[in-house]
Write a protein that binds this ligand. Sequence first.
Ligand code: AMP
Length: 502
Amino acid sequence: MSPLGARPRGAASAPRHACGVFGVYAPGQPVSQLTYLGLFALQHRGQESAGIAVSDGQTITVVKDMGLVTQVFDERTLASLQGHLAVGHTRYSTTGSSSWQNAQPVYRSVGDAGFALGHNGNLTNTAELAAELGMLPGMVGERSRVDSTTDSALVAELIARAWPAEARSDGRDLERSLEAVLPRLQGAFSFVLMDDSHLIGVRDPHGFWPLVLGRLDGGGWVLASETAALDIIGAHHVRDVQPGEMVVIDATGLRREHRYAEGDPRLCLFEFVYFARPDTRLYGQSVHAARRRMGEELARQAPVAADMVMPVPESGVPAAQGYARVSGIPYGDGLVKNRYVGRTFIEPTPQLRGLGVRLKLNPLREAIEGKRLVVVDDSIVRGTTTRQVVAMLREAGAEEVHFRVSSPPYRWPCHYGMDTGRRGELLAADLSVGEIREYLGVDSLAYLELDRLRRATGAQPSAFCTACLTGEYPVPVADADGDRKRVLEEPFLDLRPVDAAG
Ligand code: AMP
């Protein structure tokens, strides 16, 4: 029996991304079009739904729907979204249902006022907060799932309840309510928020997910998950929003840079490995250059005699280039990727499921036949794709397949906003590298060591969350009985969706 014989395997789909957030304050500029372009640049962070909220100073209008940014918005819709201030969101649910209600930004009205919120992340104390609010009687501690939108709606509810009964004349109610709420939130959150005349960006004290501040040449301020989104709209990167910081932008410019909590930076290390666009900068480092260095380190750590180094496109490309450079083995393409396959193919039947990877990747027989290949990818999570890729390469005549992975074994579920599945779905959760090698059917297998990976980022090695690799969770996560533990088998507590209109 294969080592995986008894393992309950998850659906063949690839793991999912965190969300993308964007915000812009730019009177006199087409803010909804800028937000559209920003979201388009962040499409890789979430393909399930997209939404934009825009304010003209009086009214906030929200348009959101299921689908890609280009499917949700057309010119006519954008032209109707007039204003000077907007926030946007692309979503890939961390878990749970995909439905219009769960698309973001979340809008909430409070008396005569209203605000919109876009969230990248996952709170770890949703159950306590919901129980405090009396929102989910009898549900806390039961087993089901929380999704990011549920916590976003919960945060909106908390803000609404903290809202002063009488509006102040300075119009800073959102900022004040938020300040009252932030210390109560635990877990991962990069928020963009707006009312009719303020744009606010917030990062949790660990800064699990990125959030950057940019400036438009013609005047105006931008918030975005990644610097690549700034480049695309012609904004320049001013700085990162710091872990534990709230920034407030209004008619007077960047009015407030407020540290509401002491920061202990723990950016998701996988942003460097896989999630972020290669043309993004994280901690001041080029992601593309860091990925090349990961490949170089991998070649030093795990050399092998071979005829060609090839990537699993596209995520494995820079690391494969790095491996080839250091090893001196020629770099080549052995798989062609269909550029138009955006999100994972929906696999309704076993036959179609088998086709899943082939729809995305097709081997170049003439390039690989009779060759000893070093195949480089950034990660193996569930192993479904990798196993099929290896089988395809063998069918196409590869003589040897030496698999090299530019990150360590992915062993623990993420509780901070990445849906990579439960522990039982993670290939490396309880298999040794030797067993994984056998399961994948490769001649040799090596994963990049964690210290080498950290070094390759070029950033401060301690400034990362490595929970998925080490099981050390910077923010404790609660198990299904509500006990606080640092390590968990199951990723989420049970909660029903919170009624956002409540
Ligand atoms: P698998 O063999 O099914 O684990 O898939 C491995 C592939 O998934 C690699 O090419 C990775 O680049 C990719 N991958 C890693 N993390 C994620 C993620 N969070 N979402 C989608 N794909 C991912």
